[in-house]
Design a protein around this ligand. Sequence first.
Ligand code: KG4
Ligand code: ZN
Length: 347
Amino acid sequence: HKGGLVLGIESSCDDTGVAVVRASDGAILGQAIANQVDIHAAWGGVVPKLAQEAHEAAMDSTVEQALQQAGVQLADLEAVAVTVGPGLSLCLKVGVQKARQLAAAHGLKYVAVHHMEAHALVARASAPVTFPFLCLLVSGGHNLLVIVHGVGRYSLLGSTLDDAVGEAYDKVARLLGLELRPSGGAAVEAFANEGDDQRFKFSMPLRMRPNCNFSYAGLKTAVRLAIEAEAPGPATDANRQVRADIAASFQRVALTHLQERTQRAAGWAMEAEPGIRHLVVAGGVAANKLLRSKLQGVAKDKGLDLVVPAPQLCTDNGVMVAWAGAERLALGLWEHLPASALEDAWV
Ligand code: KG4
Ligand code: ZN
């Protein structure tokens, strides 16, 4: 097997992502993604059974597309990496089954990848981020601050006590009657640009808790109550401005909360690990422009370099899995699947 080529497969939620990364130099040779926005939009959230079917329908052609773009064939690969969790189990299964089939049929090394590790490590594809670094992971399902000491070595500084920030954005998008395209978060961010972020004084979560944890349940409820009180019923031209003010006020508090906790975490992290040079933001919410500018402030204050991967690398994708797979492969962290793996329905 030449060049250490790794195929990465991501199917933990509602994106079928596949990519080819060359482990020797980290080059991204091919990438393809099939998203399911149209399938779930009508339901106001991801429906696991429908997501599974869509992954099954898209998997083979997405793999084909990534390989074609990379100009390689299955026989050229050294390893296949796949997200094994966390995520929707019905959806994870589709990717894992495909990866196991490919590994068994073509004698490829098999690399199991943790979804959040992939989000964190892919920052190293876009910038020369060295270990250890501080990472804020913000997505629809996760909200964490970690020190990344190395591949597979993490210290958790804080996490959410209830909802993740992306989940709160998605919920607020639904409450406001916004179209969940390309995502609830992106819709709220765009709508908030029309609003006055000082109009509603939602209280800052966990103000009296000087730690690095997060909470979004109270803010979500406050937004629901504000809509019921000031702009009830369906979205109309008449209540559009109030709703935009609510969106802007929600976003100010939601992101200031992230900023404050990250500021504190940076202090903690740099005391524990004086070698930290980078603040990495990962996960779907990292696409938010206002969040980027707030974190730029934190980084400047702490003398760190802020690294935010390109938006298409922040949301779920195959590149991050192939990249994490390549990092693991380089360290010998792969598995050999027995030939019987082909018959195993699911492990
Ligand atoms: O990482 P990701 O693609 O999937 C998960 O693992 O959850 O993150 C998706 C989340 C969704 O909750 C989406 O609403 C949020 O990221 N998101 C945003 C923005 N773009 C996506 N949240 C706030 N502002 C955005 N611009
Ligand atoms: Zn994700």
